[in-house]
Design a binder for this molecule. Structure first.
Ligand code: ADP
Ligand code: MG
Ligand code: MG
Length: 884
């Protein structure tokens, strides 16, 4: 098999074989852009290298020599030659861009002979020795395992100090020559060997180092967090050098064809004259914005803009570019699809449709759920970010921006923060979080950790609660005693204000202005395209009129889950609910229910009005009743205290009675106890009241001229007889209301599918002659919990290690486990449709807002998904993507 591809032999589709960088260098070469010649050693060779016990395959270097011959001819130069020597760069490049892999080696091929030849050729010894010292340092760093910083900080810095130089620009040819010699000496001292001078030996060692870097610690960790398979391997690109450091008419830079943070159609980037490669990002000198090239060299700028346009038209996407100017000539060194923020992704996709570059369908596929997620959270005003350098940048783990005072422990966060605290805006900063920190996280605006990746505890919990979060901010040193953290010499104290951006990972000192989520303009346009493409309907989970209204604004087409028990928790109602639960005789209980009826009816009326004509699925009471009572431990403590004090026998008696009741209702396993439809069978009064409230509300609203479509949902059914019993009872109530009022209501009865057994007997449940469910809603939270046997409330303890060790590919509470839980859903769907072709099928678990799960729901033929209001646009987009 072919191991080495010259650039013109490849193309952009060959990313698997040539890596992203190699494939795009090939593509740019073939569309006629000025790319220095070179070749790519394939990713297969990398795998061969490992299969071979870390040895380069026999004959590889012969292929490399043949390819070098071609490059030599193209350049009119000789590798290792004493006249017009060829220098090359050796660059790693996997299928997916992977920071953490090998650094590029520039200027490879330099030694005493070639350096001399290059000086004769260019008459520029300063440039040659500058290139030489860079080469020695990079090669020693990546191939010989010496630290770059030793060269930079120890040797170069000391030399500059001794000379009294402030910047590298003051270094003369002689200075750089001396530095090169010092570097070579240092290598000899450290490794006990001479720095390799044979160019082909240099090249072979460099190629091997790239392959080795595929399995270095940083690369492995990166692949794990980004879910990149370990067996892809990396390619190696060898390319003729062009020199941005050849003089004042030379330079190097990076650019985006559009602004990657706003999406505006303006060139965005930075460059440095008389500099090489990494200088732009390394921060040794401050680069200038690309717009200045226009005044500095209008012809070059024109050329550059033209190339950008060619690339955008060719790739039909925003590109991220690297370029170098050598003596006024422009060369392209890299291009790829540019990373962008959510707002930029939406704007670019919509603009490109208007520009005729892409179709609406393509635009819809260009935007991801997490892009939209960024748009739907507050974000930092991009204007405030201009010229602003982050204090530190970690891994973006949960989107949205947050401003707050730094606190270092969860208890302080809980005490000062929101939800029960003093209501201050705080940001919790920790090395890592663990389950003991959750209360503090919940009270915080944002969470920042020094360690951990995208699946760390902090990341998982923050995402779950929608709290902006940045993790793995390496370099952030926390001193818990002193209550400070330090980054690069800057110390931040408890109480100081910082701003963090969970969408980019950036953390800033001070309070930056935030802007509200955007739902108009490009966003609205993109969503309208998504809506015209998708087949799945999107509903929302909403328990109150406020959430319902918000969801409708975000495009919800109905309510897929209205949890009635949340209404019971409100302050004025809880005492009545408790009275109802604790009632010893029927009359007292009925009295409490009678008082709850108008309250529930009013709740439903408001929701029906907001949803005007859209279907509303209402789930009858679901949780175990003890959730409405004070906790056992709390009561016990009160009783003990009252007994000790002995001053209030009446209160003591009441509390004792309550304690006995709570004890009587105690369950070892409440989630599998007396709840859902089991409650409806044991205490039918509650759901009879609820059904009456629903129907009476529907009648009242209909009388006001508003259409109502209530769908009454019976939870936790496992056996068809449960459904039959409850339904028969409630249908009687519904019919009675219609009879009493004389107003016909188009209502349905259906069930949740959340117990594995229900999925197994779905045909019995749906059969009009049997369970007669007119709709199913997959309650995938419980279905996942019961199918895996994972307690949702305790899973945090083991899910994090499970994900880290790849025991599970994804969190099954976040993305549907298609093989297991999904199989049950598919079976239930198919068997229900056989007996009842028009059955309505939906999903109302958290998964309804997860893009991958939404796509799965499309594939198995559900009618709708239902999710929390803020996920509605994400579900609409995912549904459209599923249909393309
Ligand atoms: P990374 O993947 O880290 O960006 P690259 O391989 O793209 O690494 O290279 C690092 C830097 O070196 C970039 O600025 C790039 O433009 C520059 N560079 C790479 N190859 C050459 C070359 N043949 N001539 C000049 N500069 C080069
Ligand atoms: Mg690069
Ligand atoms: Mg449930």
């Amino acid at each position: 098999t072919k191991r080495v591809y010259l650039f013109h032999e490849g193309n952009a589709k060959m990313r698997d074989l040539l890596g992203g960088k190699g494939a795009n260098l090939a593509e740019m070469t073939n569309i006629g852009l000025p790319v220095p010649p070179g070749f790519t050693i394939t990713t297969e060779v990398c795998n061969e290298y490992y299969a071979n016990g870390q040895k380069l395959p026999a004959g590889l270097m012969d292929d490399v020599r043949a390819a070098m011959k071609f490059v030599e001819e193209k350049m009119g130069r000789t590798f290792g030659g004493s006249y017009r020597p060829l220098l090359v760069s050796v660059r790693s490049g996997a299928k997916f861009s992977m920071p953490g892999m090998m650094d590029t080696i520039l200027n490879l091929g330099l030694n005493e002979t070639t350096a001399k030849a290059l000086i004769e050729e260019t008459n520029n010894p300063r440039f040659v020795y500058d290139a030489y010292r860079r080469f020695i340092m990079m090669f020693s760093d990546v191939v010989l395992g010496l630290s770059k910083h030793d060269f930079d900080n120890k040797i170069l810095q000391a030399y500059k100090e001794q000379k009294g130089y402030k910047s590298d620009l003051e270094m003369s040819a002689e200075d750089w020559k001396l530095i090169s010699e010092k570097f070579l000496e240092y290598v000899r001292e450290k490794t006990g060997r001479d720095f390799p001078t044979d160019p082909y030996e240099q090249l072979e060692l460099a190629i091997e180092a790239v392959f080795k870097s595929w399995n270095n610690e940083r690369a492995i960790v990166y692949r794990r967090t980004e879910k990149i398979p370990d067996n892809l391997g990396t390619a190696v690109n060898v390319q003729a050098m062009v020199f941005g450091n050849a003089g004042d008419d030379s330079g190097t830079g990076v650019a985006f064809t559009r602004d990657p943070s706003t999406g505006e159609k303006v060139m965005f980037g930075e460059y440095l004259m008389n500099a090489q490669g990494e200088d732009v990002v390394a921060g040794v000198r401050t680069p200038v914005p690309i717009s200045e090239l226009q005044s500095q060299n209008p012809e070059l700028y024109r050329q550059f803009v033209e190339i950008c346009n060619i690339l955008e038209r060719h790739y039909r996407d925003m590109q991220d570019l690297e370029f170098t100017i050598e003596h006024g000539r422009l060369f392209m060194l890299q291009c790829r699809s540019g990373k962008r923020t959510g707002p930029a992704a939406v704007k670019i996709a919509v603009d490109m449709v208007h520009e005729g570059l892409i179709t609406k369908e393509e635009a819809v596929t260009r935007v991801t759920g997490s892009h939209l997620d960024q748009l739907l959270h507050p974000r930092i005003d991009p204007k405030a970010l201009e010229g602003k350098k982050p204090l530190i940048t970690g891994i973006p783990a949960s989107p949205g921006a947050a401003v707050g005072k730094v606190v270092f422990d969860a208890d302080t966060a809980a005490k000062l923060g929101v939800h029960g605290g003093a209501g201050e805006k705080v940001i919790l900063v920790r090395d890592e979080t663990n389950p003991d920190d959750v209360h503090g996280m919940l009270a915080s605006q944002g969470v920042l950790t020094a360690r951990g990746g995208k699946t760390s505890h902090a990341a998982v919990v923050a995402r779950g609660f929608g709290i902006p979060c940045v993790v793995g901010a390496e370099g952030l040193k926390i001193d818990e005693e002193a209550k400070t953290f330090t980054v690069n010499g800057t110390t931040v104290h408890e109480g100081d204000v910082i701003t963090l951006d969970g969408s980019t990972g950036a953390v800033y000192l001070g309070a930056l202005p935030l802007i509200a989520p955007e739902v108009s303009g490009a966003f609205a346009e993109l969503m309208s395209w998504a809506d015209s493409i998708r087949k799945l309907r999107v509903r929302t989970n909403a328990d109150n009129p406020r959430d319902a209204r918000q969801a409708v604004e975000l495009g919800a087409e109905g309510i897929g889950l209205c949890r009635t028990e949340h209404m019971f928790f409100e302050q004025d109602r809880l005492p009545i609910v408790q009275e109802m639960i604790l009632a010893q005789d029927e009359a007292v209980r009925q009295n409490a229910l009678d008082r709850l009826l108008p309250i529930q009816q009013k709740d439903f009326e408001e929701i029906f009005e907001v949803m005007a004509g859209k279907p509303v699925t209402i789930r009858l009471i679901d949780p175990p009743l003890h959730e409405f009572l004070p906790s056992h431990d709390e009561l016990l403590a009160q009783v003990v205290e009252l007994r000790v004090r002995g001053d209030n026998p009446q209160e003591l008696a009441e509390k004792e009675k309550l304690l006995r009741a709570v004890e009587g209702m105690r369950e070892a396993n409440p989630m599998m106890g007396l709840r859902g439809c089991r409650l409806s069978i044991v205490f039918p009064g509650i759901v009879e009241m609820q059904t009456r409230a629903i129907l009476q509300a529907a009648v009242a609203v209909k009388k006001r001229g508003i259409d109502v479509y209530p769908e009454i949902m019976i939870p936790l059914v496992g056996h068809v007889n449960e459904l039959k019993t409850v339904r028969a009872n409630l249908e009687r109530v519904a019919k009675k209301v219609i009879e009493e009022t004389g107003v016909a209501i188009d209502y349905k009865f259906g069930t949740m599918i959340e117990i594995p057994r229900a999925a197994l007997v779905a045909d019995q449940l749906a059969d009009p002659q049997n369970g007669n469910a007119e709709f199913f809603s997959f309650g995938t939270n419980d279905l996942t919990q019961m199918t895996f046997g994972f307690s949702r409330d305790d899973a945090g303890k083991f899910l994090v290690p499970y994900l880290e060790q790849k025991i599970l590919p994804t969190d099954p509470f976040e993305t549907i486990d298609q093989e297991g839980v999904g199989k049950l859903m598919r079976m239930a769907t198919e068997s229900a449709k056989r007996v009842r072709p028009d059955i309505k099928l939906g999903i109302c678990g958290e998964h309804g807002g997860d893009p991958d799960s939404v796509k799965f729901c499309h594939r198995i033929g559900l009618d709708y998904v239902s999710c929390s209001p803020f996920r509605v646009p994400i579900a609409r987009l995912a549904a459209a993507q599923a249909a393309i």
